[in-house]
Each structure stands twice: as structure tokens, then as C-alpha cells.
Ligand binder design. Structure first.
Ligand SMILES: Cc1cc2nc3c(=O)[nH]c(=O)nc-3n(C[C@H](O)[C@H](O)[C@H](O)COP(=O)(O)OP(=O)(O)OC[C@H]3O[C@@H](n4cnc5c(N)ncnc54)[C@H](O)[C@@H]3O)c2cc1C
Length: 456
């Protein structure tokens, strides 16, 4: 049975490549779709959606395949796999890029850096632009240039009815609003049009301290980032984890429980050097590195650490501050980390993210100061129970210190995580948009927004 009007590739069970094609990044999700359709165009996408609806098949949408709750693969249904829509066309004159809905961050970084331009997005190059953008998009340039959605100019969308639309501030503005933070609920994006920014290198300070010194490090970070005048060029991220094997890490520290921090300066390195030098001298790390590095180098530096075959379970939330009680809890929980990949991440927000009008996009948590991310990540299925329990217990201990909401891209599929948490005060407006563009909830494998008419 073929898909009428479909010119792309179709892979079915027992055909060559089926197992590789159904594999997503999080190895916890071992599912067997009835077919995998790889479109070559927006028309192909419309054909695949039409076929799925006619056959009553559940639709999973795959961009880069990094959904941690495994939304990009399903049992029995159809996976619409966008990996062949990965073209990136950069116009250096207008500083715009047209990016296929299945492109990876690395595709975008390589094409834009040829012109000394960047898209502010995530930090691991094999992540998909699609899922990351639709949920907001946090990364190393967010305090300077905003979330990934803040650079989005328009999107080509295939709706549940198979219509091919261009959404922007001028056309389908409610859809465009919803696409910027509302996840994959409203249609399948076949092309994103982004504004780009000038940047090709970063000044970075990477540090390691033993866990006993976590309080000193986090206090220093919160002081630096609590200042409302802190420059957008400055970004602070700390990781409570076991020390990684990086060139600047002395061998005796590798694997040791501690706190690694990455303080990044995305402006003129000459201006940032005194700032980062002062921070390093005050922190007196056990090991550190202060250097100017190419943007592309930083964007791929953890690609292998977070490579294929890993299993993950994630909890996360926002915080207005990092009070002493939270620091104590984090230090205690980090002491029981087992996997060398699991960590607690503290990401400073603010800057350009907070300056954008709260109602401009569907991302509801622009005023949050910190994102506290607890991704347990491991390789051996025998460690499933231990690692999941560690993440759950850590989240339970941290929760009293969190503000409202979840970052939709850092959510699992856990009992206490739901759309209301992901979308906060924007949920009702999102439900209205859903009712217009997907009233039958065809796109439901996501942090799902129910159409307005069905919510009573
Ligand atoms: C190793 C790793 C690193 C990460 N780093 C970051 C980071 O730095 N910053 C950050 O913000 N997030 C990060 N994330 C989270 C990431 O943003 C989400 O996992 C996101 O869903 C990944 O998008 P994807 O296209 O790769 O995933 P997929 O699994 O392919 O897609 C996830 C969902 O997004 C939707 N979707 C994807 N593409 C489209 C499309 N073109 N049209 C419509 N819907 C679509 C679908 O609902 C789909 O089910 C990271 C995740 C991992 C695993």
C-alpha cells in the first residue's frame, strides 16, 4: 500500500533500515511504528498527514529525534520523519536563513558560520531545530540575543487538514504566536525563517571545584547574574556532576563529584577578559581554562558526551533565585550521583529573554531568572531504576525552591507533568489556536494542548 501523492521514502517493518530509522536519541523508547515516511517537500508532508488520517493512524513527528519523553516515535502509527528536509539557505545580505523543519543545529551552525553569522539555539549539535525551536530554545547566546523563537521571522506550516501556510506577524499571527513556545501542537513546520546575528567566537571560562566548594561557586554565580545590569554577553551555567575528561581537567579529578561551571562571554573578547579573569581569580578553581574559542568548537564540544545510545529521564523547573537552602540540597543530591553523564544544571536566564514583551510569544516564563535542569542520563538498562529514582528524589528536594512552570523541552512524561505546567498562563490562548488549526487533535504526541471546544 502506497501513500497517494507521496514522493519521499517509506520504510516498513522488516525492510532494510527500519530499526535504525525508528531509533531516537533516548534509548528508553523502543517503539515499532507501522511505517516511517520521509517526505521531501511540504506537499509530501500533507500527503502523509492525509494518509494517516484516512487510515486512522497515530502520527509521531520526528525532527532531530531528541524528544526525551519519546514523542517522535510511536507503536503501530506513522512516523513523519523530516530528516530529508534539512536544507539550510543563508542570505548574508539580509542576514536571514531558511531552515528545513528536519535540520539539526549542526546543519544550521555550519551554514551560518560560513558567513560569520549565528542562530541562537541549543548547545548540542545533533539536536533538531524543529522541536527545540517550537518549545522556545535555550542556549549559550540566549541572554544576548534571546530564545531561538525570538529570531523566528516566519514558518511554513502544514496543518492537520493538509493546508500549507506561511505564518508570520502579518499572516496567521495567532498561529505564529502559538508556534513560538507552544510545541508541536499546531502543525508540521517544513521551513523556519530565522534572523541571524553576527558572531564567530566566544571567550570562555571553564572551572572545576570539588563538591564541598559548591556553595562558594553557586553564590558567586548568583551574585553575578542577580545584577539587573549584568551584560547580556555574559552567561553563567553550573553543572553539579562528576568531572568530565576534558583536556584542561587533571587526570586525578576525572570522575570525581564536583561542580563544573561554564562562564561565557559572547561579546568582544577584549571587553570580556577582565570580567572572566576577575571571576576566575575570585573562584580559585581546582582546575580551569580561560580561552577564546571558535563558536563551532563550543557547539560540538559535548556532542560525544551526549552521543547516541544513552537513556535519559528528566525533571526541570524555573527558579527566581538560588537560595542557600537550595544550594545545600543540590550539594547533598549531587553527592549521590552515580552515572558519569547525569547532572544538575543551573542555567542563568534573564538578559534579552526577559526584555521581550511577555505576550509576544507563547513562551510563558520570560521573567524566570534560572532554569534548574535535572537530566539523569546513563547507558546500561540495568541502571534504569536507580537513575530514575535519583532524578525523582532530586526534583522532590529541589521543588520547594522552584517558581511556577516547566520548560516544555526539558519535560519527561511523568505523572505530575502536564500541559498546564508547560504553558502556564498561555494555555487558554493556545487552546483557542489549537481549535482553529487542529480541532481533532491530530498532533497529540507532544506536551498536548487540547482544542478549546473539547476542554469543557
Ligand atoms: C542531548 C540533548 C541536548 C539538548 N540541548 C538543548 C538545548 O541546548 N536547548 C534547548 O532548548 N533544548 C535542548 N534539548 C531539548 C530539545 O530542545 C528537545 O528535546 C526537542 O524536542 C528536540 O527537538 P528534536 O527536533 O531533536 O526532537 P524530536 O524528537 O524530533 O521532536 C520532538 C517533538 O517536537 C515536535 N517537532 C519536531 N520537529 C517538528 C517540526 N518540524 N514541526 C512540527 N513539530 C516538530 C514534535 O512534536 C516532536 O514530537 C536537548 C535535548 C537533548 C537530548
Amino acid at each position: 500500500m502506497t501513500i497517494p501523492g507521496f514522493t519521499g521514502t517509506v520504510i516498513r517493518p522488516n525492510e532494510a533500515g527500519y530499526d535504525a530509522a525508528r531509533t531516537i536519541w533516548n534509548a528508553m523508547h523502543d517503539r515499532r511504528p507501522a511505517l516511517i515516511a520521509r517526505p521531501r517537500s511540504a506537499r509530501d508532508v500533507a500527503a502523509a498527514i492525509g494518509y494517516a488520517r484516512a487510515e486512522g493512524l497515530l502520527i509521531a513527528v520526528r525532527g532531530g529525534g531528541h524528544s526525551m519523553p519519546g514523542h517522535s516515535v510511536c507503536d503501530d502509527g506513522i512516523v513523519i520523519d523530516l530528516r530529508q528536509l534539512n536544507q539550510v539557505n543563508v542570505n548574508p545580505r539580509t542576514r536571514r536563513a531558511a531552515v528545513g523543519g528536519g535540520a539539526l543545529l549542526g546543519d544550521v551552525d555550519r551554514a551560518t558560520q560560513e558567513h560569520g553569522l549565528v542562530l541562537p539555539a541549543g548547545v548540542v549539535s545533533h539536536t533538531g531545530v524543529g522541536g527545540l525551536t517550537l518549545g522556545g530554545g535555550v542556549g549559550r547566546l540566549m541572554r544576548r540575543f534571546g530564545l531561538t523563537i525570538d529570531s523566528l521571522q516566519s514558518a511554513e506550516v502544514v496543518t492537520a487538514d493538509g493546508d500549507i501556510l506561511r505564518a508570520s506577524e502579518a499572516r496567521h499571527p495567532e498561529l505564529f504566536w502559538a508556534l513560538r513556545g507552544g510545541g508541536g501542537n499546531f502543525g508540521l513546520v517544513t521551513e523556519f525563517e530565522f534572523a541571524l546575528h553576527e558572531l564567530s567566537e566566544l571567550l570562555i571560562l571553564a572551572t572545576f571545584h570539588p563538591l564541598e566548594e559548591a556553595r562558594k561557586v553557586i553564590e558567586r554565580g548568583r551574585r553575578e547574574m542577580a545584577d539587573p545590569a549584568a551584560p547580556g554577553e555574559l552567561l553563567w551555567t553550573s553543572f553539579l556532576r562528576r568531572a568530565t575528561d576534558t583536556p584542561w581537567m587533571p587526570e586525578e579529578f576525572v570522575g570525581r563529584h564536583g561542580i563544573m561551571s561554564l562562564v561565557e562571554w559572547s561579546g568582544d573578547p577584549a571587553k570580556g577578559r577582565p570580567v572572566l579573569t576577575r571571576i576566575r581569580d575570585e573562584l580559585q578553581p581546582a582546575a580551569s581554562d580561560l580561552d577564546v574559542v571558535p563558536f563551532l568548537f563550543m557547539q560540538t564540544i559535548t556532542d560525544d558526551l551526549f552521543g547516541p545510545g544513552l537513556r535519559t529521564y528528566i525533571k526541570a523547573g524555573f527558579a527566581d533565585d538560588l537560595p542557600d537552602g537550595l544550594i545545600d540540597v543540590l550539594r547533598e543530591r549531587a553527592a549521590s550521583l552515580k552515572s558519569p553523564v547525569s547532572q544538575v544544571e543551573l542555567l542563568a536566564l534573564g538578559g534579552a529573554i526577559a526584555r521581550i514583551d511577555q505576550n509576544a510569544t507563547a513562551f510563558p516564563f520570560r521573567q524566570a531568572r534560572w532554569l534548574v535542569n535535572i537530566p539523569a542520563t546513563w547507558r546500561d538498562p540495568a541502571d534504569d531504576a536507580h537513575e530514575i529514582a535519583w532524578a525523582r528524589a532530586t526534583y522532590a528536594a529541589v521543588k520547594p525552591y522552584l517558581s511556577e512552570g516547566n520548560y516544555v523541552n526539558f519535560m519527561g512524561d511523568d505523572e505530575d507533568e502536564d500541559a498546564a505546567g508547560a504553558y502556564g498562563r498561555t494555555i487558554e490562548r493556545l487552546q483557542q489556536v489549537k481549535a482553529v488549526y487542529d480541532p481533532d487533535n491530530v498532533f497529540q504526541l507532544n506536551q498536548n494542548v487540547k482544542p478549546a471546544m473539547n476542554t469543557a
